[in-house]
Design a protein around this ligand. Structure first.
Ligand code: HEC
Length: 301
């Protein structure tokens, strides 16, 4: 079967350099995006690492209480006697009104117990010298606002669809996968992108959908990695991987109409094991030869 397009391996070197430069830059961009996610959403539940709780807190919010109550039961507990802390919390539960703020004497408590640290001059700390400074901490945490979701949604839809436009375009010149699988790989990220953005909005309404955020994000990453790796391998390593290397059998089955899927799978497994046996032996050899003695020596000390 001769393809109706120029296969990646047959493109001119300048085009290959262009494609590779783009793929590498976008790949690094993807890594930074993942790090960014770890640092923003990953910290939402107070612990490092991404979890379902993080997603829920980021989009749905932590609706079990206000920040003020949580702090008064946590880090700020030592700063006021129980009686005064309960008074503040009661006021927050009753709606945190300005009239009650004065009437219940909350302003006096805040002034006496909190303002020495929480004032205008304390950089990074919320300023409690005015009522306005305190109000945001008496509200329920409802996660991402609709404004921020709208902003991030349209940026993501426009930006990421462009990334997958070019990654998909480059990948469409590949020839190791059948047309059917190519269509799936190229279309998948768009379906997942829309599912991802929709799942943010759904999570804002109901925390159950946090799973969909993770699922869609992973789907997008998997299709990205698949297209990225296939394109790079075909451009620069076609001969070594697909003609002489472990992909050679794959090319045979791809073009053979008889091979059933289990057949193909078993044969691929055999080839992979045969390929990785020497690698495993080499690593094991190096380990016992170089690394293990060093570790042993460390423990002896
Ligand atoms: C000894 C200084 C000090 C006093 C007194 C103090 N705080 Fe704080 N407060 C801090 C510091 C430092 C932080 C930030 C670090 C942290 O979150 O643990 C903070 C954080 C907070 C936060 C969280 C702010 C945010 O951005 O999430 C709230 C709410 C708060 N304090 C309320 C109070 C209240 C109410 C009082 C009075 C009962 C009080 N604090 C008294 C030092 C103080």
């Amino acid at each position: 079967m001769t393809p109706k397009f120029t296969p990646l391996k047959d493109h001119d070197t300048p085009i290959k350099v262009l494609f590779t430069g783009y793929l590498c830059t976008v790949g690094i961009g993807y890594l930074f995006a993942l790090i960014q996610i770890l640092f923003t959403h990953g910290m939402a539940d107070g612990q490092f690492g991404l979890s379902v709780d993080d997603i829920v807190y980021s989009y749905y919010g932590n609706r079990s209480g206000t920040v003020l109550e949580k702090q008064l039961n946590g880090a700020m507990k030592v700063n006021a006697p129980d009686q005064e802390r309960f008074k503040i919390m009661e006021w927050v539960r009753d709606g945190a009104d300005l009239s009650d703020y004065k009437a219940d004497g909350i302003d006096k408590i805040i002034e006496a117990r909190c303002v020495m640290c929480h004032n205008k001059d304390a950089s990074g700390l919320p300023d409690f010298t005015t009522f306005e400074g305190l109000v945001p901490y008496t509200k329920q945490d409802t996660g991402a606002t609709f404004e921020s979701l709208t902003r991030v949604s349209h940026i993501h839809l426009f930006g990421i669809s462009f990334i997958f436009m070019f990654v998909g375009l480059i990948f469409s010149f590949s020839e190791t996968t059948t047309t059917q699988y190519k269509c799936i790989a190229i279309g998948m990220p768009y379906a997942f992108l829309i599912a991802d953005i929709m799942s943010w909005w759904l999570t804002k309404i109901d925390p159950v959908f946090a799973w969909l955020v993770i699922f869609a994000g992973m789907g997008m990453a998997i299709s990205f990695i698949f297209m990225w790796v296939t394109s790079i391998l075909e451009m620069w390593f076609y001969q070594t991987v697909f003609i002489n290397g472990f992909g050679s059998r794959y090319l045979e089955w791809r073009d053979s109409p008889e091979a059933s899927i289990p057949d193909r799978f078993m044969a691929l497994l055999k080839v992979l094991i045969a390929e990785f046996k020497p690698v495993g032996k080499y690593i094991l050899g190096k380990w016992t030869e170089c690394v293990w003695p060093v570790i042993k020596a460390k423990f002896k000390k």
